[in-house]
Write a protein that binds this ligand. Structure first.
Ligand SMILES: [Zn+2]
Length: 496
């Protein structure tokens, strides 16, 4: 590993960081993106944007957003996602790279031969690794990594472990599902980057819950990472078996939203198993960024926000309706632009994720790093669903709010929400059904009243039914042990 500029970077002032970003952006657009990206070269040419006109982060506004629909293949572009991959050739390199960038290659060719120089360039761009998007509505889209991008994946991994304050003799237990998805591989590369022992159990599809617990007890890791619901499920089973996990120091959750209420539920479980002071940390990432960001440890009930990598990317927060760029700390949709990418590259990518509190530029109150931080209050815009619970009026229901309410109720062990058509008739009204596995010994009638009240408060709709199920039954319905992503909110309505 090369030495990471993270430590210097975290001492930069905001104007220093902006100057660095402007410089990196200029070079990235004129030396990489415009010359080598078939998609963006066409966009720039069509709009008459000259690559050297994009000189500062503010100039990005001239470039249109990219969104998920831009990757969808059409008859004219059957391999649309391939058009986002940087594809240099001898001619475009000669035409677009300044002499100062070409000379070292010529020198290398002279010194070590043409083939050597060519392989060196080729390796920087040649795709050698891939992860896929996990869209439930769209077809999965592949995102390619070259050796260069793998180095960036090491970098973000190493920075995250740095934030968590991991020591070299600590052990990491990776419970993310083994799949071509970012979360699993980001953790694997993080461990490799920092040279710490990491075991990847592959999640429930690879190893049954008893196997997971036995492996944790044998390995005695200090850090456990995984998807919130699955980590919670395994730890709950372990607690019920009277296992002790006093060796755990941190639990790091990813690939789903984590609220303070959920964290405190998890903390309670860990406390029962002898792990008294466990930091529970959230991470955020998406396939298109090919990296993830993390919180640093803070006292219970507080969170630092996700620490960004300002030398690696620009995060803009925009108004999802008008596209207008918001100021520091304002709410809006997260838009991502890389500053140092190869392989599949997206510019001004609209994530469809809405963040309350936007980006903060003040130093972190917990670890004192000076890098910008993204608020953790993030919801998927696609999780706001229209429901027609009566023939009279439809309601917009934010499923994230619904999930938070149920996650945070202490007397609920597991839950599932199903949205379906009454009588499975596509022309009938929608129904909202709630399935609950209650905590042992709790008053079910009281719980049902509270559930109805809380759902009504957050969403202004009332569930059609609250059904009580056994824990086994609900674990099966959720596919907690068998699927990569649990079926927490099941929308079985036919798509129109
Ligand atoms: Zn911090």
């Amino acid at each position: 590993m090369t030495l990471d500029p993270w430590s210097n970077l975290s001492r930069y002032t905001p104007p220093d960081i902006r100057a660095l970003q402007n410089q990196k952006l200029r070079r990235f657009i004129s030396e990489q993106l415009y010359p080598f990206s078939p998609h963006y070269r066409q966009v720039f040419d069509r709009l008459g944007i000259k690559p050297d006109e994009i000189r500062t982060v503010e100039d990005l506004k001239r470039i249109p957003f990219t969104s998920k629909t831009d990757f969808i293949a059409t008859p004219e572009h059957p391999d649309k996602s391939r058009e986002f991959v940087l594809q240099p050739n001898r001619e475009t390199i000669r035409r677009h790279w300044p002499l100062a960038k070409q000379l070292p290659i010529l020198f290398l060719a002279f010194q070590k031969g043409q083939d050597y120089a060519q392989e060196k360039i080729s390796r920087e761009y040649r795709p050698s690794f891939v992860t896929f998007t996990t869209g439930t509505t769209n077809k999965p889209v592949s995102f390619l990594y070259s050796e260069w991008d793998i180095r960036n994946l090491y970098l973000s991994g190493s920075r995250m472990l740095n934030l968590f304050g991991i020591k070299k003799d600590e052990r990491i237990f990776n419970m993310f599902p083994y799949a071509p998805h970012l979360a699993f591989w980001q953790v694997v590369f993080a461990g490799l980057a920092e040279c710490v022992t990491i075991f990847s159990s592959g999640g429930g599809k690879c190893l049954a819950t008893e196997g997971q617990i036995a492996a944790i007890l044998r390995m005695r890791p200090s850090i456990l990472l995984g998807v919130p619901s699955y980590v919670y499920h395994v730890l709950r089973e372990a607690r019920d078996k009277k296992s002790r996990m006093e060796f755990l120091r941190q639990v790091v959750l990813g690939a789903a939203r984590v609220t303070e209420g959920f964290k405190s539920k998890l903390r309670e479980l860990l406390f029962d198993m002898g792990a008294a002071e466990v930091a529970i940390l959230g991470t955020y990432g998406f396939t298109e960024a090919r990296c993830a960001w993390a919180e640093c440890p803070a006292q219970p009930g507080h969170n630092s926000g996700y620490h960004l990598y300002p030398d690696q990317e620009i995060i803009e927060i925009i108004d999802p309706d008008t596209g207008e760029v918001k100021k520091a700390g304002e709410d809006g949709e997260i838009v991502y632009t890389p500053l140092d990418a190869r392989g599949s590259v997206v510019l001004r990518y609209r994530t469809g994720d809405f963040v309350k509190g936007g980006v903060s530029f003040s130093p972190c109150p917990y670890c004192h790093r000076g890098v910008a931080r993204l608020s953790t209050d993030i919801t998927r815009l696609s999780d706001v669903k229209g429901l027609n619970l009566s023939k009279i009026k439809g309601s917009l229901v934010n499923l994230n709010d619904l999930a938070n309410v149920l996650n945070e109720m202490p007397n609920i062990t597991e839950w599932q929400v199903e949205i379906k058509k009454r009588n499975d008739d596509p022309h009938d009204v929608d129904e909202l059904l709630v399935y609950i596995s209650p905590k042992e010994g709790c008053d079910r009638n009281k719980l049902e009243v509270n559930i109805r009240k809380n759902i009504q408060l957050c969403s202004e709709v009332s569930p059609n039914a609250v059904n009580f199920l056994s824990l086994e039954e609900i674990v099966r319905r959720l596919e907690l042990e068998t699927a990569n992503k649990e079926k927490r909110i099941l929308d079985t309505r036919p798509r129109s």
